[in-house]
Write a protein that binds this ligand. Structure first.
Ligand code: AMP
Length: 121
C-alpha cells in the first residue's frame, strides 16, 4: 500500500487544514476529533507518513515509536483523563475490517466519562 499524501491528516500536518491542537512535538501532533464520540475525544498522530500501526512498527525509527506512545499518555494527562483522573480508552482502527477511515496512523483517546463496553454495533 502506498501512503496517500492527500489524506486529511496529512493536510492538517502541512497546515492546509486547521485543527484544534492539544499537543505537538517533533514527532507527533495531537488534536481534538472533529466528530467527538465521547466527552473527551482526541487523536494522536505521528508526523511521519505511516498508514497504520503495521506500517509504523515496520518502518518507523525506534525514537518515533517511543515518542508516539509516550505522547499518548502525555496527552491523556493534559486532558485530565489519566488513570488517576478516571481513566480512558485508546483505540486505533486498522484497515477495512478495522473500520479505518483516514489512512494516516492515528490513535483515538476517549474519556471524560465511562466510555462503555469495548465494542458495540
Ligand atoms: P478512523 O475511523 O479511525 O479512521 O477515524 C478517523 C477520525 O478522524 C474520525 O473519528 C473523524 O471524526 C476524524 N476526523 C476526520 N476529519 C477530521 C478533521 N479535519 N479534524 C479532526 N478529526 C477529523
Amino acid at each position: 500500500m502506498i501512503y496517500d499524501k492527500n489524506n486529511i491528516f496529512a493536510k492538517i500536518l502541512r497546515g492546509e487544514i486547521p485543527c484544534k491542537k492539544i499537543y505537538e512535538n517533533d514527532f507527533v501532533l495531537s488534536f481534538y476529533d472533529i466528530n467527538p464520540q465521547k466527552k473527551v475525544h482526541a487523536l494522536v498522530i505521528p508526523k511521519g507518513e505511516y498508514i497504520d500501526l503495521d506500517d509504523f512498527i515496520l518502518n518507523a525509527k525506534e525514537k518515533e515509536i517511543t515518542e508516539f506512545f509516550k505522547s499518548i499518555s502525555h496527552v491523556a494527562k493534559l486532558l485530565n483523563v489519566s488513570n488517576k483522573e478516571g481513566g480512558y480508552r485508546v483505540l486505533s482502527n486498522i484497515g477495512k475490517n478495522g473500520g479505518q477511515e483516514v489512512p494516516h496512523l492515528h490513535f483515538h483517546i476517549f474519556g471524560g466519562e465511562n466510555v462503555g463496553k469495548m465494542i458495540s454495533n
